[in-house]
Design a protein. Sequence first.
Length: 372
Amino acid sequence: MHSATKYVGLDVSKEKISVAIADAGREAPRYYGTIAHTPAAIRKLIKELGPADSLTFCYEAGPTGFETHRWIESMGASCTVIAPSLIPKRAGDHVKTDRRDAEQLARLFRAGELTAVHVPSREDEALRDLVRTREAAREDIHRARQRLLKFLLRHQIHPPTTIKRRWTKKYREWLARLTFEHIALQIAFTEMLHALEEVEQRIARIEKVLFEQATIGAKAPIIQVLQSLRGVGLLTAITIAAEIGTFARFRSPVQLMAYLGLVPREYSTGQRTRRGGMTKAGNGHLRRTLIESAWSYRHRPAIKGELVKRLDGLSAEVQQLSWRAQERLHRKYRHLVFGKNKQKNVAIGAVARELTGFIWAIARTVEKPTAV
């Protein structure tokens, strides 16, 4: 006969884990102590508290990632990763220690007041890390370009009037021909230029692997159908597939919208209903990507250019959803901007929210959602 279920709260840090245990019932959690943050120490803890199937662990999502969750699950116990921002806080509680955090986790976990986060598979996490590495490299490119432009501005060096746009082939050739009288300035400029070229080469290497994953990887079918939507190119589709992981965890498009923080804030009481801007909760990486894609729908519906190639070979259902998205989202944009005089950024936020619904619907054609 198994003992009663134990709810184990873990306050996880880089090297140590503080452990607190709440038995089934209403007694206060008891503090176990600290253990090393290693699989061997966790295995010893489970063996001491066991049997494993009577234990359920929880810890906050953080910089240590999901490996602790995978260790515990592989040892036969249950583990849940908690969203830190959604943990209830007591007013006036200004004392924070590892012990108190572990005890609080155990108590709230037993009471069912904690919100779990999705734990991606190792394959999904690897693709997501690669996508975010590319995003970081794009930020590095922006910084490198700004550093170079500010250097030229300080020395009053401007491109000839025949070059209308920066970072074109002609502009880069002009940069390569620049020389400076002082050797120190020449070296500084050359190093800045090399730094920019190195980041560009890094992005090229990353995108080559991403394109391979889009063709032969496990997410290839999802990535292919997502590109049927206007404004969702290959890299955007890869980003969506990598950040979402599996659409099966969303029972409806509204859940996906809320996960991305695209739903409006609400402050309602009695007969008063007040709604504000987007909550901006959840996955900020993907929310920014979808807002960028939503700008495509300010243009009239049309199937041309790269979209024609992306739609080729897809099912009639997917093509129909793609066209319905263009018609509905363009109409939504015009209604908000020209009908209700909303700011364009506000309208695009609303368009991005409805675009999320079409993304969910198109993903359903490949991956059927299940109740969670």
